[in-house]
Design a protein around this ligand. Structure first.
Ligand code: NAD
Length: 453
């Protein structure tokens, strides 16, 4: 499988792709290795995974450079991902013992009732490329800590990072058969699903997630899905407009807009609309676009060339239906996958721009007359990952955030993930939760102990 640098189209590596047979062999080896791993004490497993954390910290600059070369993430943002990773891993290292502890829920003379937790077995981790360290480790790290084997299929657009993860896990002491990387694209993912796994944890788009859930349902596999979003922000009329515009611009354009929780729709109160748009456009125009290896670059290339035509189509559709193109709006004609940061005003829900995930440096803005109108529009979507309200008053923001059908609600912040809180999507945004103690329990199954005597 050939791997290209999305910033300039140059070939950077050529790696061997897995076949259905090699994936089946890896799953079988993982199954054989899992009971011995689960039989080790939690302390023993924790020590190995702590070592993995240390290795990531030691090698972070090399790993950040690799991430930038392979997915085009601006180097400062690649470093941010690597720098934030240890904190996430620490959450799991600290909280797994409590999450796995047996719970005695009833005792009476001659009877004890207790809940125990056992690993699922072999977990398939089919992953995305946009934050490969975060979304990969949300699954493989707690899955390994809780005693499972993992067959990890990194995205075909983040394969080298996936292989680096595998090598660091081995170097830390994870047995080679217990964790395997399956290299390839959709075919490798399908082959992994066909193999005798016990659970599939998927991060990626809604269409692929739906297909995975359909296949998994036929075998009653445990399924967890972290999917896309069309995340709205509502800016009320009581904010510091410049500050809110800067925060929302960052939420929409960080990682070149390729975040599952990137701001994808902006609703702004009509009283501050013009001022907000002026500040937002100025902010976006200031973002430095260029070589992702430069420290000062904020906007890089798109990771996947195919997304360029999605963005072009969204812009064209929006403009045809009456949106005002204030900035950008087209590809940048140079090698690699470049799209100019784009702002469209007077967007409405007849436009794909406000309905389909853009997953790139493109944002639509709509003016609203009231909080009620904003809430109605925020909920007018199939997705339900995150939503944000910017307002000085939590009393004002709270009913809106309570009423919006999403897994994460943000007041005066956006595009944010915390390892302490569950990460979950509703509707087309997913099933189940990662992170938090719920994201540890996701990798074990309960056993009810009825003890007489
Ligand atoms: P994608 O759906 O194209 O691919 C995801 C993974 O599925 C890849 O590893 C791919 O090879 C694999 N795959 C493709 N077809 C398959 C099949 N038929 N069977 C099994 N596996 C298959 O998504 P992507 O482009 O890698 O990621 C972008 C999407 O991921 C966006 O929609 C984004 O919002 C979403 N995402 C969500 C979260 C979250 O936590 N909710 C996090 C990151 C990304």
């Amino acid at each position: 499988m050939k791997i290209y640098n999305p910033a300039n189209g140059q070939l950077i590596d050529d790696v061997a792709e897995d076949s259905a047979e090699s994936i089946a062999r890896k799953v079988a080896a993982a199954r054989r290795a899992q009971p011995a791993w689960a039989a080790r004490s939690l302390d023993a497993r924790t020590a190995i995974l702590k070592r993995f954390r240390e290795l990531v910290v030691e090698r972070k600059e090399t790993l950040a450079q690799l991430l930038t070369r392979e997915v085009g993430k601006p180097i400062s943002q690649a470093r941010n991902e690597l720098n934030a990773l240890p904190g996430r891993l620490d959450f799991f290292l600290t909280h797994t013992e409590r999450a796995l502890a047996d719970e005695t829920v009833w005792t009476e003379p001659g009877l004890t009732e207790r809940i125990g937790f056992e690993p699922l077995g072999v977990v398939a981790n089919i992953s995305a490329w946009n934050y490969p360290w975060f979304v990969g480790s949300n699954v493989f790290f707690p899955a390994l800590l809780t005693g499972n084997a993992v067959v990890y299929k990194p995205s075909e657009f983040a394969t080298l990072t996936g292989l680096a993860i595998r090598d660091l896990l081995y170097e830390a002491g994870v047995p080679q058969d217990l964790f395997a990387a399956a290299v390839g694209g959709g075919d490798a993912g399908s082959a992994l699903l066909e193999a005798p796994i016990d659970a599939v944890c998927f991060t990626g788009s809604y269409p692929t997630g739906k297909r995975i859930a359909e296949v998994a349902s036929k075998r009653l596999l445990k399924v967890q899905l972290e999917l896309g979003g069309k995340d709205p922000v509502y800016v009320t009329d009581d904010v510091d407009v410049a500050v809110a515009a800067a925060a929302v611009a960052d939420g929409a354009f960080y990682n070149t807009g390729q975040s599952c929780c990137a701001v994808e729709r902006i609703y702004v109160h009509e009283k501050i609309h013009d001022e907000f748009v002026k500040h937002l456009v100025a902010e976006v125009a200031r973002f430095k676009l260029g070589n992702p290896q430069d420290d000062s670059t904020y906007i890089g290339p798109l990771t996947r060339a195919a997304q360029l035509s999605v963005l072009e189509r969204q812009v064209q559709d929006a403009v045809t239906k009456g949106a005002a193109l204030l900035l950008g709006g087209k590809r940048i004609d140079q090698p690699g996958n470049w799209f100019a940061p784009t702002v469209l005003d007077r967007a409405d829900h007849t436009m794909e721009l406000m309905r389909e995930e853009s997953f790139g440096p493109v944002i639509g803005i709509a003016s609203v007359a009231s909080d009620e109108a904003a809430l109605r529009l925020m909920n007018d979507t199939e997705y339900g990952l995150t939503a944000a309200v910017y307002s000085r008053s939590f009393e004002r923001a709270r009913p809106i955030l309570s009423g919006v059908n999403v897994g994460s609600a943000y007041w005066n912040c956006c595009d944010r993930v915390s390892a302490r809180l569950p990460w979950s999507g509703r509707g087309h945004s997913g099933l189940g939760a990662t992170l938090s103690t719920l994201g540890i329990r996701a990798f074990v199954q309960p056993k009810a102990w009825h003890l007489r005597g």
